[in-house]
Design a protein around this ligand. Structure first.
Ligand code: FES
Length: 580
């Protein structure tokens, strides 16, 4: 950038905390000196907040304490001053009932901690599923220069000469165990081998999908999302984040200049090409709306119909994992290959365009990153269904379900709660056929609560023992990005608020026509009207605390499940009032 366009030190946001000769600023300077810093270290320098979602109970972010030191090294080299701040570590594995209940808490915390502290720029450290959208949503609203540091995928899993993929293989082997085909010793071996390093799930699950989306949107260093967590390149990328954020501050490169309509569209196309997690729909819409970009389910369906799936990475791809994807050239190589479909003029955190960032990128293994002429699937990462069961939409991943279910009609088998469903599927005498359509309701944003990842409903034991491994399933829940099968998800409006799913009864015929994008219950309108009149709204799930607030403000899946009062345009723009 031209020196004339760089901001001056007295224009730094942090100068409002440290420059004035008044009592309040005296206190701020004095308290940094209390921490052992001299004025020379922090005055007239960009102050960089490192928002770190490390915690001892977030196994995916186990390396973040060390990586924060790498970021600091970079900030210092570039003449900035870094302060690390802990952020809510929304981990996917341990959080009950679901981490999604806390995505908006992280988004709100991020926005408020940036707004209320003297940060000129921030490095956001996240990766495990909800941490990426949570951090990015909050930082977009806060509006200071930011760069996203993705945790990176863990190494491939291994057991007894077999390669194991996060999630996908756990579900597969669990079905085999339920069918009596896996011994205790084998199960223990799989348990120890499936997650053998720090880092996020190494299939193209929600974590890798969301970090790829952030990368494609221009919010990470180019290709950063593909670097495996334990790779030394990940440390170097971390220190480069530190160096780069300091320059972004001087350049005034704020997220509103990066997260544009075109950048969001690029991210959606790249998501489709990677065979993204269905969770991408909810989070991408929420992130886009924070930036004032009105991305809809129909936009995503249109892109899903025309974007070939070229990343041969499980679960949508057949053979490979994120480590292979990195060695094959990673996300830069995939985007280079799709360049003609992307808007390469988009500005990125590097200060250069996406096109410039892709210069020199190439594919080193065209079985992992397929050419457009030989994709894994010509279309079908995501499809959006509508019909009398889901007037505001539902989502399915065609590439991950058996094609025989693409057009399917069968009797509904309806469950009102997860425990009820679980009891039934474990009953070997359950009256169920492979044609049945299993339905779980009260699992949406309010009903779950928090829209848990229950959407890959377990197959009834009776069918598993007969050798069946897929059936049509419908819910207002989400499913893990590492899941697979004929699962219709995110039914909106959800049943808990009176969506039509609430009216369905066991035995009603249900029809899905995926090519026509339809999902309907074959029940006549008069009967539905009678059922609607008799429907009773369930009692609220929470009477206090975060859940109470969540229940009052969360939106439905088709609009991204953000809180109404956090959406862009609600009230004044973020900023610290002058009186403080
Ligand atoms: Fe953290 Fe999968 S559990 S990314």
């Amino acid at each position: 950038m031209d020196e004339d366009h760089r901001i001056a030190a007295d224009q730094l946001r942090s100068a409002r905390w440290f420059a004035p000769d008044d009592l309040r600023s005296f206190g701020h300077r004095s308290r940094l000196m209390q921490l052992g810093y001299a004025e020379e270290e922090f005055l007239n320098r960009p102050i960089i907040g490192i928002l770190n979602t490390w915690s001892e109970i977030n196994s995916c972010h186990g390396h973040f304490r060390e990586r924060a030191q790498d970021v600091k090294r970079g900030v210092q080299m570039a003449g900035g001053f870094a302060l690390e701040m802990p952020s809510l570590s929304v981990d996917e594995s341990f959080t009950k009932p679901t981490s999604m209940l806390y995505r908006n808490m992280l988004a709100m915390e991020t926005e408020e901690m940036i707004r209320s502290h003297p940060f000129d720029g921030v490095v956001l450290m996240g990766g495990c599923d909800k941490t990426t959208p949570g951090l990015v949503m909050g930082a977009i609203t806060a509006g200071v220069p930011m760069i996203y540091l993705p945790a990176g995928p863990m190494l491939r899993g291994h057991y007894a000469g077999r390669i194991l993929g996060s999630g996908s293989d756990a579900w597969k082997f669990w079905d085999e165990r339920r069918a009596g085909n896996i011994s205790d010793a084998e199960w223990l071996g799989i348990q120890g081998g499936i997650a053998r390093s720090v880092g996020t799930c190494m299939t193209m699950g929600t974590a890798s999908t969301m970090t790829a989306i952030t990368d494609a949107m221009g919010l990470t260093l180019p290709g950063a999302s593909s670097i495996p967590a334990p790779d030394s390149g990940h440390q170097r990328m971390s220190s480069e984040c530190g160096r780069r954020i300091v320059d972004m501050v001087w350049e005034g490169l704020t997220p509103d200049r990066i997260v544009t309509d075109a950048a969001v569209r690029n991210a959606a196309i790249v998501a489709m090409a990677t065979g993204c997690s269905t969770n991408a729909v909810v989070h991408l819409i929420a992130m886009a709306r924070r930036a004032g970009v009105d991305l809809t389910l129909d936009d995503l369906d249109a892109l899903g119909r025309t974007t070939p799936l070229v990343a041969n990475v499980r679960p949508s791809g057949k053979d490979y994992l994120m480590e292979d994807f990195f060695y094959a050239g990673g996300l830069r190589a995939l985007m280079k290959q799709m360049e003609e479909r992307l808007d390469t003029s988009c500005l990125t955190v590097t200060g250069r365009t996406l096109g410039e960032n892709l210069d020199g990128a190439e594919v080193y293994n065209d079985d992992v990153i397929r050419p457009l002429s030989n994709p894994v699937y010509h279309e079908g990462s995501l499809a959006v269904l509508r019909g009398n069961l889901c007037p505001d939409g539902a989502v399915i991943k065609p590439a991950a379900c058996d094609p025989k279910f693409h057009v399917h009609e069968g009797p509904a088998l309806v469950f009102d709660s997860y425990p009820e469903m679980k009891k039934a599927v474990d009953d070997e005498n359950l009256d169920v056929t492979p044609d049945h359509v299993m339905v779980l309701r009260n699992a949406g944003p309010l009903g779950g609560p928090g829209m848990p990842e229950w959407g890959m409903l377990p197959l009834p034991k009776a069918l598993v023992r007969q050798g069946h491994r897929d059936m049509l399933r419908i819910s207002d829940a989400r499913m893990s990005g590492t899941s697979y099968g004929a699962c219709v998800l995110h039914v909106a409006p959800e049943s808990f608020v009176g969506g039509p799913l609430a009216l369905l009864r066991t035995g009603d015929m249900v029809r899905m026509d995926l090519p026509a994008r339809r999902l309907d219950m074959l029940v006549d309108e008069d009967e539905l009207e009678r059922r609607r009149a008799a429907w009773v709204r369930p009692e609220p799930k929470f009477e206090r605390g975060w859940g109470w607030m969540f229940s009052r403000h969360v939106g439905q899946a088709d609009t991204g499940c953000d809180f109404d009062y956090l959406e862009r345009g609600h009230g004044a723009a973020a900023g610290e009032p002058d009186i403080f």
